[in-house]
Design a protein around this ligand. Structure first.
Ligand code: ATP
Length: 228
């Protein structure tokens, strides 16, 4: 059974329809890449899942109807979001940022700082003084501290230097292999997504246009829906 399931989901920004027909599934322990060109509805789909935007259609998480829940309840169900633009509390220290998100489970200060050793070194520094990559590590660490059953990463490596990007991809791979957390991941690099994702879902103009195994995503499909 799917942990997360969307069937024929539609969503609007005021009068403007942004999602027309989105269907996707994420199973327990699975990593799914949500792909598509800019403006095709990836972030809007994430907002619909996290109840930050009203949506219609069938949206379920662990069999529960998400459309009936306000966003704080959706988070409590076990969806951990790393939103676009690496948000953390700039005036709080790294430790305070992480502790503020904590819920019981295998992810705690020790396991998060083992995943990102830099955060241990920066423990007492305020998040606002960290590099962009370190702030992204804090944002991922915060989501992990909630001990989610589904982790959603929206452009977690955007605008970061290649070395830091690589560290973050390695961490995502470790989250997958070591904890079996289900992950829905959005990124601009198909090559990096191919390293961790089991399946891909491609959106175009607010619709799911392709779903399949990551290794079935041919250059033709990629050229048609994603671009090079
Ligand atoms: P990107 O990679 O550029 O973030 P995306 O696939 O995540 O792209 P969305 O941000 O989901 O795309 O945008 C989908 C559509 O919804 C676009 O046409 C966009 O212009 C529109 N849209 C996004 N945010 C808003 C908003 N706050 N108000 C109105 N329209 C919006």
């Amino acid at each position: 059974m799917s942990l997360l399931s969307l069937r024929n989901v539609t969503a609007f920004y005021g009068p403007a329809q942004a999602l027309f027909d989105v269907s996707l599934d994420v199973a327990q322990g699975e990593v799914v890449a949500l792909m598509g060109r800019n403006g095709m509805g990836k972030t809007t789909t994430v907002k619909a899942i996290c109840r930050m935007l009203p949506a219609r259609g069938a949206l379920t998480f662990d069999g529960q109807d998400l459309t009936r829940l306000p966003s704080h309840r959706a988070a409590r169900l076990g969806i951990g979001l790393v939103p676009e633009g690496r948000r953390c509390f700039a005036n709080l220290t790294v430790t305070e940022n992480l502790i503020a998100a904590a819920r019981p489970g295998p992810w705690d200060m020790d396991t998060v700082t083992a995943l990102f050793p830099r955060l241990a070194e920066r423990r007492t520094q305020t998040a606002g003084t960290l590099s962009g990559g370190e702030q992204q590590m804090v944002a991922i660490g915060r989501a992990l501290m909630t001990n989610p059953r589904l982790l959603i990463l929206d452009e977690a490596t955007e605008g970061l230097a290649p070395l830091i990007r690589d560290e973050i991809w390695q961490a995502i791979a470790r989250i997958k292999t070591e904890t079996g957390t289900a992950i829905l991941v959005i990124d601009k690099s198909p090559a990096e997504l191919a390293r961790v994702a089991d399946r891909a879902v491609i959106l175009a103009r607010g619709e799911t246009v392709w779903t399949g195994a990551m290794d079935a995503l041919t250059p033709e499909v990629s050229a048609r829906f994603i671009g090079l």
